[in-house]
Write a protein that binds this ligand. Structure first.
Ligand SMILES: [Zn+2]
Length: 231
């Protein structure tokens, strides 16, 4: 039974950021240093766009790992763990590591947005595909966790296990409404010809999409320019 944990974007990003910080506190640097020394440094044809090297949480640190060594790692870790920012002599590698961490935070936030978009598209759009109801649990306010998250979740699962009809589960928690697909009711086979771009487009949705596209707008602009020059 799918449940969808909801949160405001602000809450989510703050949580993602603090997750990165706690990964560092728990020894991320030592772990990626070991991986780097063993699997990356000995080779000179590393491709950071493929395989495990492209995974989030490693490639963002390569700049730092290449430039500094384990001794610097220790100093940087000490400086980051020290309470009270602005130590008199921050280690040389600290600014670069911080910039790598900022980058990791950004990439993680971007990835989470992609996941949310995927969930929305896959589960919350009304379409020909059969999708199970999705139950929303708002996790923004952790101080009410039992009341609004774990409590309803457990009640839902118990009801589900005792084979209560799916339609009756809504009494415990209403599932998220499905919204209409942007393609609903549109003809997928009609073809259109764009005189401006000299392109043929199939499908009403794709046609509307084309008219809004940058490609079409650019063609339109250059056509206007040519017309002006022609006058
Ligand atoms: Zn066009």
């Amino acid at each position: 039974m799918p449940v969808h944990l909801l949160f405001t974007e602000e809450t989510l990003n703050a949580r993602l950021n603090s997750r990165v910080d706690s990964m560092v506190a728990q020894g991320l640097l030592a772990e990626i240093r070991q991986f780097y020394e063993r699997f990356v440094k000995p080779y000179d044809d590393n491709d950071f766009h493929r395989g495990i090297l492209q995974s989030i949480g490693f490639k963002e640190f390569v700049r730092y790992l290449e430039k500094y060594d384990r001794d610097q790692d220790r100093l940087v870790e000490e400086a980051m763990a020290a309470t009270g920012e602005g130590a008199a002599n921050p280690p040389e590698g600290l600014p670069l590591l911080r910039s790598c961490l900022d980058n990791l935070k950004l990439v993680t936030q971007r990835y989470s947005k992609k996941q949310l978009k995927w969930i929305n598209h896959r589960f919350l759009v009304d379409g020909p595909r059969e999708v199970p109801p999705i139950y929303p649990l708002d996790t923004t306010d952790v101080s009410r966790w039992t009341e609004i998250v774990s409590g309803p979740a457990v009640r839902l699962i118990e009801a589900h296990l005792s084979a209560i009809e799916e339609s009756n589960l809504a009494a415990i928690l209403a599932p998220l409404p499905k919204h209409a697909s942007p393609r609903a009711g549109l003809n997928e086979e009609t073809s259109f010809h764009c005189d401006i771009c000299q392109r043929t487009i199939v499908g009403e949705y794709q046609w509307a999409d084309h008219l809004k596209s940058n490609r079409h707008k650019k063609c339109l602009q250059s056509k206007h320019k040519k017309e002006k020059l022609g006058c």
